[in-house]
Design a protein around this ligand. Structure first.
Ligand SMILES: Nc1ncnc2c1ncn2[C@@H]1O[C@H](COP(=O)(O)OP(=O)(O)OP(=O)(O)O)[C@@H](O)[C@H]1O
Ligand SMILES: [Mg+2]
Length: 243
């Protein structure tokens, strides 16, 4: 996928200007930056939920034809349907697909197992903790069999330990299925640990500025880790984010 010079505006406000970057299949990209800089807008744009006023998003090309990649969006709050149990909430993820109910049920149960919620299939959202509800939201996103999962600070309401576990879980599931993940997060440690690239979004004089950090296994350990962390922390500070 190639994002090529896109602009997104709300009325007179240019929220995103001239944004370009590439997303390779299987990458885990974290997007960071100050509040109001346009991170949610960028994710929503990638999900096809916002109008682009200039520029273009090139989807994947197969056999000379542009194909639309299936995306799932995990919002900041789990937005489960309170009158549906866990299983039926997860089934929402695949309701637009043409596969038969038996297969959908089988796959929904598989996803519930993958997020560690076996046994809770018949529970209702109000009977679940916040972390469990977010896991249902992840299972629902996976049930759509997406190629790309866009996650907007999905775990920010949870405590650090739980958030780390869930981020690791998503990273592992993504690796297994070669899914592309784009995550908005405020946690530098989390971003370095799981990402293949961190993109810091800033704004100067009304124009968007992107800074990209490509990460490999080396950047995540020992003294290299601390060097990476320092560089990312500095870049975020310069972008105006408070920590
Ligand atoms: N639907 C909308 N209509 C008008 N303006 C909007 C709309 N959504 C967002 N904006 C504006 O676009 C800008 C970017 O908002 P966005 O939600 O993308 O920021 P963000 O980087 O995700 O911030 P945060 O870290 O607080 O979530 C803000 O100035 C906001 O006021
Ligand atoms: Mg946001």
């Amino acid at each position: 996928m190639k994002i090529d010079g896109i602009y997104v505006e709300y009325g007179d406000e240019k929220v995103l200007t001239d944004i370009s970057f590439d997303i390779k299949r299987g990458e885990f990209i974290s997007i960071m930056g100050p509040s109001g800089v346009g991170k949610t807008t960028l994710l929503r744009t990638l999900a096809g939920l916002e109008n682009i006023t200039q520029g273009y998003i090139y989807k994947e090309v197969k056999k000379g034809k542009e194909i639309t990649l299936k995306t799932s969006f995990v919002p900041q709050n789990p937005t489960l349907l309170p009158w549906r149990n866990v299983l039926r909430n997860v089934l929402v993820g695949s309701q637009a697909s043409k596969i038969n109910m038996e297969t959908r049920m089988h796959e929904a149960n598989e996803k519930i197992k993958a997020v560690g919620l076996s046994g809770a299939e018949m529970k209702f959202p109000k009977e679940l903790s916040g972390g469990m509800q977010q896991r249902v939201a992840i299972a629902r996103a996976l049930a759509a069999n997406p190629e790309i999962i866009l996650m907007d600070e999905p775990f920010s309401a949870l405590d650090n330990h739980l958030r780390e576990n869930l981020t690791d879980l998503v990273a592992t599931l993504a690796k297994d299925k070669n899914l592309t993940i784009i995550l908005n997060t405020h946690s530098i440690e989390e971003a370095i640990k799981v990402s293949s690239e961190i993109i810091i979004l800033a704004k100067k004089d009304g124009r968007s500025i992107l800074q990209k950090f490509e990460l490999d296994a080396q950047n995540k350990h020992g003294s290299e880790y601390f060097k990476t962390k320092l560089e990312v922390t500095d870049a975020i500070k310069n972008a105006g984010m408070e920590h």
